[in-house]
Design a protein around this ligand. Structure first.
Ligand code: IPD
Length: 284
């Protein structure tokens, strides 16, 4: 039994069949690829944006276009399913599956034309609107600027596809905290950032180094790929972590909340359990 399964959700009973999981993964990849192509090929010379929760929390015209495209594709391919997206998409389905879509994760990187951003698409069971109340069963995270596609479905392993090359992702050998390269992220609220800055200042002297790369979904997949030893962030949304959650677990690593259980808005941590315990003891 995996500890990241939400309490109160009988995930064994509602886990789709292997064939259905394959179909869900295929749809997740198709949608990520079509949206990824859009945001790269239709990127305007000057990316227009508006702001959301604070003046540094931006949404670009391409976030909205990518979400509209994902919506249309999912309605066509999976008409019975629900869909929740970062930019306000909220469609209630009639079947057991819902989709969590981040049409551009790493929007600030996209705005500044740093090539570390993603489209994240996850199929989940449970209620994607309830923090800790859903469980992802298949997911795709695409960095369209680089061409890296991370993909996984329950029981099928995790893969990184780049062009014609597919690499099976497996947990890398153990590293102690002192030799760990640790990724993290920061929210958009100044008060939250102040607390996150204090926490990372306590951690920095005790690890190999810190990375703030700027796209939570990709950063979590980087742990699965051995590009980071661990990742933690408080405040990540379900669409940031849902698809990567499957990738991390299928790579043989742990993703969890602060004290175990599923990742939530309070905390998302990924890596080896002993490293996560050590990080949690320092940052909380
Ligand atoms: C953000 C990115 C960032 C993380 C923030 C997220 P967005 O998502 O994933 O790395 O630190 O917490 O909100 O706003 O670019 O979709």
């Amino acid at each position: 039994m995996c500890s990241s399964r939400p309490r109160g959700l009988d995930t064994d009973a509602i886990l789709p069949s292997g064939d259905e999981l394959d179909r869900l993964l295929d749809v997740a990849c198709q949608v990520a690829l079509v949206c990824g192509r859009l945001i790269v090929e239709d990127r305007p010379a000057r990316v227009e944006f508006t702001t959301k929760s604070t003046e540094v929390d931006v949404v670009t015209v391409m976030d909205r276009r990518s979400e509209e495209l994902a919506h249309a594709a999912l309605r066509r391919l999976r008409p019975d399913d629900g869909i929740v997206g970062e930019e306000g998409l909220d469609h209630r389905g009639t079947g057991p599956i819902s989709w969590l879509v981040d049409p551009i994760d790493g929007t600030v990187n996209y705005l500044y034309d740093h090539g570390h951003y993603a489209v994240s698409v996850a199929a989940v069971v449970g209620d994607p609107r309830v923090d800790g109340g859903f469980w992802p069963v298949a997911g795709a995270v695409l960095n369209p600027a680089v061409g890296d596609l991370y993909r996984a479905r329950r029981g099928g392993g995790a893969e990184l596809v780049r062009g014609d090359v597919t690499r099976l992702l497996r947990a890398t050998p153990a590293t102690g905290l002192g030799l760990s390269l640790v990724g993290t992220g920061f929210g958009y609220d100044p008060g939250t950032r102040g607390r996150q800055g204090e926490a990372v200042a306590r951690l920095l002297p005790q690890v190999r180094d810190i990375r703030r790369l700027g796209a939570g979904s990709l950063d979590l997949c980087s742990v699965a790929a051995g590009r980071l030893d661990a990742y933690y962030e408080s405040g990540l949304h379900p669409w940031d972590h849902a698809a990567a959650w499957v990738v991390v677990e299928e790579a043989g690593l742990t993703i969890r909340g602060e004290a175990g259980g599923p990742p939530t808005r309070t905390m998302t941590m990924a890596g080896r359990p002993e490293i996560l315990d050590a990080i949690a003891a320092i940052i909380v």
